[in-house]
Write a protein that binds this ligand. Structure first.
Ligand code: CTP
Length: 413
């Protein structure tokens, strides 16, 4: 039996252009075996018809506190739900939910439940960035509401920016995760711990226009940052892809481009970090000189002299304190185990996450990954192909275990 089988999910849909995507989320949840009860707000009905959900959902679609004999539909829905998912959630919904205002069937149901709640905001960038909206999000996240997205991308009216509803796959994955975690409350096993994560590929400028880069999307590093934050950590994410990271109140985002900038940011944050996870693909070489002007086309070839960058992880390994846990990544195309173990030892770190990037659906730009973990105690853990968020969970589990073991070894209690 799958995790979705027989689970009662209330799907709240509010009035935004992204409401049409809730149809796909509904379909996927029903296909996976869940009982889905859609609640449409008045605004949602302007964007998407009740009949569409009627055809897809397993339960009756409801739109009002008053449109049936049952005088208390909200308490029935709220009390019986295993989970409430609001997708998309408008700024109004966030505000009403935060202040406890029962304005319609959906907000009444949200107030009448003890089930876990997932909210997927979607709105224009200007609205999303309003301090009032951000305050509402922080407050709700602080109360244990799981926030998914929004992401950066195309918005209504041809605009582009942060505010786009997360894709249905990520939303369904978040539902699965919450259902998997039992009561829905995320274990806060990283509470009080500082986690520093790097993500993305560095860009080494040749001239004002061109750079040497690599194919890293930053997704695995961002998934680790998000997972650590969800488990209670205070996270700093040093990333070359700041526009692609989920907003989370416990994640401080530091945007960098080059290996040098990344090194500087990491070295300034590292002393206070309990865990440092170097998921970034740091360039090993950078152009010795950066041309001030754009390099023009010529008939001659062009030689660019490259000099080595600082190995951030190896420097951390040489200078870290004993309680700190250092995690590195090794993207390999051959001799995975040998290369990964060499890196583990030569860089003086505790754990290495090795991926064979020549395998299918692994590495750059995929949402899935497969890896093998090697730790400094000689333990090897295979992580079969899974969502990057699940790989992140396993990496953090292993890192936390090493920290606890170290603490016990050093006589801590
Ligand atoms: N790394 C780093 N600083 C660098 C290069 C890499 O901190 N200048 C980190 C990466 O973030 C990763 C680990 O070191 O966690 C391994 O990176 P990788 O490029 O696979 O290893 P290298 O030591 O650069 O070896 P090679 O490229 O020769 O395989």
């Amino acid at each position: 039996m799958g995790i979705f089988d027989g689970r009662r999910i209330v799907l709240g849909v509010t009035g935004g252009i992204a409401a049409y995507k809730a149809v796909e989320v509904c379909r996927r949840l029903v296909d996976a075996g869940a009982h889905v009860s859609p609640i449409l707000t008045k605004g949602a009905e302007r964007f998407i018809g009740k009949a569409t959900f009627d055809a897809l959902a397993s339960e009756k679609v409801q739109t009002s506190l008053w449109d049936e004999d049952n005088p208390i539909p909200h308490t029935n829905l709220g009390q019986n739900a295993d989970l409430i998912l609001v997708c998309p959630a408008t700024a109004r919904l966030l505000s009403d939910y935060r202040i406890g205002r029962s304005a319609d069937l959906l907000t009444a149901t949200l107030l009448a439940t003890r089930a876990p709640v997932i909210i997927c905001p979607a709105m224009h960038t200007e609205m999303w960035e309003q301090p009032s909206v951000q305050e509402n999000i922080r407050e709700l996240a602080g109360r244990g509401v799981e926030i998914v997205g929004p992401e950066k991308g195309r918005l209504a009216g041809g605009d582009d920016g942060t505010g786009r509803l997360s894709d249905p796959g990520s939303i369904v994955a978040a539902v699965e995760k919450v259902l998997n975690s039992g009561v829905g409350a995320q274990v806060q096993d990283f509470f009080g711990l500082q986690v520093l994560v790097t993500a993305g590929g560095t860009k080494e400028p040749i001239c004002p226009v061109r750079y040497i880069g690599n194919r890293s999307s930053g997704k695995q590093g961002h998934a680790i940052a998000l997972e650590a934050a969800a488990r209670g950590a205070e996270v700093t994410c040093v990333t070359t892809q700041p526009d692609n990271i989920f907003h989370h109140p416990q994640i401080k985002v530091v945007a960098v481009e080059t290996a040098n900038e990344m090194a500087e940011a990491v070295f300034s944050e590292s002393p206070k970090s309990d865990f440092i996870v170097m998921a970034a693909a740091v360039a090993d070489f950078t152009p010795a000189e950066r041309h001030k002007e754009k390099i023009k086309k010529s008939k001659e070839g062009l030689e660019i002299h490259l000099v080595p960058t600082v190995d951030i992880l190896a420097s951390l390994g040489a200078t870290r304190n004993d309680e700190q846990i250092l995690v590195g990544f090794a993207a390999e195309t051959s001799d995975l185990e040998k290369n990964a173990k060499n890196k583990l030892e030569s860089k003086g770190i505790d754990l290495i996450v090795a991926n064979d990037i020549s395998a299918a659906n692994v590495g750059f730009d995929y949402d899935t990954n497969a890896a093998v973990l090697f730790d400094h105690m000689g333990k090897k853990t295979e992580l079969p192909l899974a969502d990057k968020r699940e790989i992140a969970q396993a990496v953090l589990d292993a890192a936390l275990k090493l920290k606890v073991d170290k603490h016990e070894e050093s006589g801590g209690n």
